[in-house]
Ligand binder design. Structure first.
Ligand code: NAD
Length: 541
């Protein structure tokens, strides 16, 4: 029973630790890193109240050190998908009936655990599993994750308190019911925060969830689950399984109680899942909610009025942090001829100072890409550039997978604005630049808008306000997150709600009330306080 209309703690962004040399947090983080590196973990699936170990296992390996084994996870099959769905459906009624403040308290506790007891563990797990340096892991696995959980609680109260007007004798109410069925959360490798938020957001709104992470994120997903369980999440609310995507899809997308898909990953996979759901639409109890945040081909365009140094730093950080494996990473840039010599020299200088290697050496700005499949794909793009007479590599271009999946940050310059690497998502440390003639600003804006199917993030740099206004209008639909005089990465929950449209997703803005609205199914309740007892209306005379 909720005998009170409760205020929730005001959400604030989790402060970022900087891990400077000699700081106590650096020592604590490295200690956790070593502890996890030198032990081996046996990772079960979590289905209902059970930790499920199938005995059929696969190794967990750091991408920068792929001969090393961090542990093993247990691989499931279709029987585990069924068991996870059954567990979610069994837990549904009690969880949905739980007073909202108790659901909120569980996720607020999880946020506290992330920012305190588990801070170094979840950061180091993300460094190890996904090959992030300490700062990239901090802003993801600690800060963004805690922010998602805290701000979502605030957004829940915002949604619940959005109520209709009433009239004399009538009390109108809106009840934000959970969806009728279970939600399927399918998560990508690149952000521990996204992986945790995709099951957590629907769960906060009263839904129960089957969660399938990317194989390369299972090591840190296991820490996420440890935190949820310690925070008091009841059995069956989030069920974590390790199966191939199609194995999960075959069962789930044929299930009558499939109520929603919360997906982040590549555009091709999302389109395939949407098609499957469409084909099966007659099988479901209700129309499933489909939320997907997908790929990007994110741009930076500089107006000639911009100081070149700003553009150089935006590209160095925006294109290469986390090896370009952010959906928001700058991967195509448009630089005016007059600025090009300075930008070229600045980029070459910055990249020559990047050190590449293991995240354990905190002097390394660049680490490895996630796995061999990614490595081969990115190397294939670099080879394609090397064989082309429309483009040249001005920095980087080498790669080596002997001990880890290392690819040098690579800058390509092309004479063809529709060159393949200006159009396709590479998802690696490869930036392609087109140098435009200074008097072709307006034409170049059109080019930026029309070059790619994606519309996730984009940045314009301009010291000229009229040029900034023109770009803001011309690129209105080219990015869901649009930056003026800043790099296109690093969205913060509560400040820059994140998501793109066109080929980049449904733009339901993770980290905002808009996303949470997709996980409720409103019921309008009209209550008549004194019901009528005579059918005669006055006009009848
Ligand atoms: P991916 O598409 O390869 O995998 C995403 C998830 O889908 C994984 O859990 C994977 O196992 C699963 N999957 C794959 N095929 C499936 C199938 N047939 N049925 C069910 N599940 C299936 O993506 P990834 O490599 O993990 O992540 C990188 C991609 O994610 C990039 O395209 C990136 O732009 C995108 N991304 C987008 C955002 C955003 O907010 N827009 C954020 C992060 C990542």
């Amino acid at each position: 029973m909720s005998n009170g209309i409760f205020n929730v703690p005001v959400a604030q962004n989790e402060p970022i630790y900087d891990y400077a040399p000699g700081s106590p947090e650096r020592e604590a983080l490295l200690a956790s890193y070593k502890d996890q590196y030198y032990s081996t973990v046996d990772v079960p699936m979590y289905i209902g109240a059970e930790e499920v170990r199938t005995g059929k296992t696969a190794a967990l390996r750091p991408p920068h050190d792929h001969q090393h084994i961090l542990g093993h996870y247990h691989i499931g099959d279709h029987t585990h998908v069924k068991a996870a769905v059954d567990a979610a459906l069994d837990a549904r009624e009690a969880w949905g009936d739980m007073p909202w403040e108790h659901r909120a308290a569980i996720f607020l506790k999880a946020a506290e655990l992330i920012s305190t007891k588990y801070r170094y563990k979840i950061n180091a797990a993300t460094m190890l599993a996904q090959g992030k340096n300490c700062y990239q892991a901090e802003i993801d696995a600690v800060c963004e994750f805690a922010d998602f959980l805290r701000y979502n609680v605030e957004y829940l109260t915002q949604i619940y308190s959005d109520q209709p007007e009433s009239s004399p004798g009538i009390w109108n109410r809106l009840e934000y019911r959970p969806l009728e069925g279970f939600v399927f959360a399918v998560t990508p490798f690149n952000f521990t925060a996204i992986a945790g938020n995709l099951p957590a957001a629907p769960a906060l709104m009263g839904n129960t969830v089957v969660w399938k992470p990317a194989d390369t994120q299972i090591f840190s997903a296991n820490v996420v689950m440890e935190i949820f369980r310690e925070a008091g999440l009841p059995a069956g609310v989030i069920n974590l399984i390790y199966v191939d995507g199609p194995v999960a899809g075959d069962y789930i997308f044929n299930h009558r109680d499939f109520a929603g898909l919360h997906f982040t990953g590549s555009t091709g996979v999302f389109q395939h899942l949407w098609k499957t759901i469409g084909t099966n639409i007659h099988k479901y109890r209700a129309y499933p909610r489909i939320v997907g945040e997908t790929g990007g081909k994110d741009f930076v365009i500089a107006h000639p009025s911009t100081p070149a140094g700003q553009v150089v730093t935006a590209l160095s950080r925006g294109a290469f942090e986390f090896q370009g494996q952010k959906c928001s990473a700058a991967s195509r840039a448009y630089v005016p001829q007059s600025m090009w010599p300075a930008v070229k020299a600045g980029l070459i200088s910055d990249l020559s100072q990047f050190k590449m290697g293991s995240p354990e050496d905190m002097g390394n700005f660049i680490n490895a890409v996630i796995d061999e499949k990614s490595f081969d794909k990115i190397a294939g793009y670099i080879d394609f550039v090397k064989g082309s007479n429309e483009a040249e590599i001005i920095s980087g271009g080498n790669y080596d997978k002997t001990s880890g999946y290392f690819i040098e940050p690579t800058v390509v310059v092309t004479s063809n604005p529709k060159f393949r690497t200006m159009v396709e998502e590479i998802f690696g440390p490869v930036l392609t630049i087109f140098v435009y003639e200074d008097d072709k600003w307006t034409e170049t804006l059109k080019l930026v808008d029309e070059t790619s199917d994606y519309a996730l993030t984009g940045a314009i740099f301009s010291a000229d306000r009229y040029a900034a206004i023109e770009a803001t209008k011309a690129l209105q639909n080219a990015a869901g997150n649009f930056y003026i005089n800043d790099k296109p990465t690093g969205a913060v929950v509560g400040q820059q709600p994140f998501g793109g449209s066109r080929g980049s997703g449904t733009n339901d803005k993770a980290g905002s009330y808009m996303n949470l609205l997709r996980w409720v199914n409103a019921r309008t309740i009209k209550e008549c306080l004194v019901p009528a007892t005579d059918f005669h209306y006055p006009f009848l005379g």
